[in-house]
Design a protein around this ligand. Structure first.
Ligand SMILES: NC(=O)c1ccc[n+]([C@@H]2O[C@H](COP(=O)([O-])OP(=O)(O)OC[C@H]3O[C@@H](n4cnc5c(N)ncnc54)[C@H](O)[C@@H]3O)[C@@H](O)[C@H]2O)c1
Length: 240
């Protein structure tokens, strides 16, 4: 049942709007759109707010796709209001990641630098291959649209983390190349290379709906969890 009322932080952004459009098609209840004050003059069918603390009864759970600083701020609001949150924003620094971890002691918090089922399924294969192919050099290539702020992408960093964890090494040892091209939603290649052969795990996002669906589905799931830090993998393993 998709009965938890959703507030979207970063409502007028590319992802915020993609999530809102998909929510209407798939019967999720988005009740609040939160964004910077200067964007709120636009028309919308939902309640528009510049701060979620001003209207706590109008939503049950938050979906955040904004920027690291506004994301940390909205997490603090969620903590104060005891509301669960699912976060797709990327580009957090170490201190900000620690702030997310600290907040998750008090509220259910899901953080997924990639909300698509497809990428998260490939992470399982990447982990397995990293163990099986210990002598293969692993490198990552990612391509995104030119407006993307963070580089490397959160997904590329997540892939590096998965490889490093499987091999017991430091993720910084893994080479990541980032490209920015007009129109690319997100392409990730994880390359396993020996002297004799090469294996490439390739994911190409054709549209933002794959992330929007993950955000909507995890919002309903996180709303039913106990306080703690969750990833898309926790969600995927619980529902499969
Ligand atoms: N996890 C995933 O699957 C996934 C997929 C795509 C994008 N992302 C990430 O999501 C984030 C947003 O991406 P986008 O392409 O939608 O960006 P965008 O720039 O189109 O949208 C960001 C929105 O956040 C708003 N914002 C800025 N400051 C704010 C504040 N103080 N309070 C509320 N809203 C504020 C902006 O006005 C804008 O509307 C980025 O970090 C991106 O890397 C993650």
């Amino acid at each position: 049942m998709n009965d938890s009322k959703i507030a979207i932080n970063g409502f007028f952004g590319r992802m915020g709007q993609s999530i809102f459009k998909l929510s209407k098609k798939n019967n999720f209840k988005v009740t609040v759109g939160c964004d910077k004050q200067e964007k709120l003059s636009q028309e919308s069918e939902v309640l528009l707010l510049s701060s979620l603390s001003s209207n706590p009864d109008s939503f049950d759970v938050v979906i955040d796709f904004s920027l690291p600083e506004p994301s940390i701020n909205v997490v603090k609001v969620c903590e104060a209001l005891s509301k669960p949150i699912t976060i797709g924003t990327t580009g957090f620094n170490r201190t900000q990641k620690d702030q997310l971890l600290a907040a998750s002691k008090n509220i259910p918090l899901l953080f997924a630098p990639n909300m698509s089922l497809g990428v998260n399924a490939t992470l399982k294969s990447i982990s397995e291959l990293s163990k099986l192919l210990l002598n293969y050099k692993v490198s990552i290539e990612e391509t995104h649209h030119k407006n993307k702020i963070d580089s490397p992408s959160g997904t590329a960093l997540k892939i590096a983390e998965v490889v490093a964890e499987a091999r017991g090494i430091n993720p910084e040892k893994i080479d990541i190349k980032s490209f920015r091209e007009d129109g690319e939603i997100g392409v990730h290649k994880t390359i396993f290379k020996s002297n004799d052969d090469e294996i490439i795990i390739y994911h190409n996002a054709y549209n933002r709906e794959i992330f929007a669906l993950g955000a909507l589905e995890t919002s309903q799931w996180i709303a039913k969890q106990k306080p703690g830090f969750y990833t898309y993998k926790d969600y995927m393993e619980d529902v499969s």
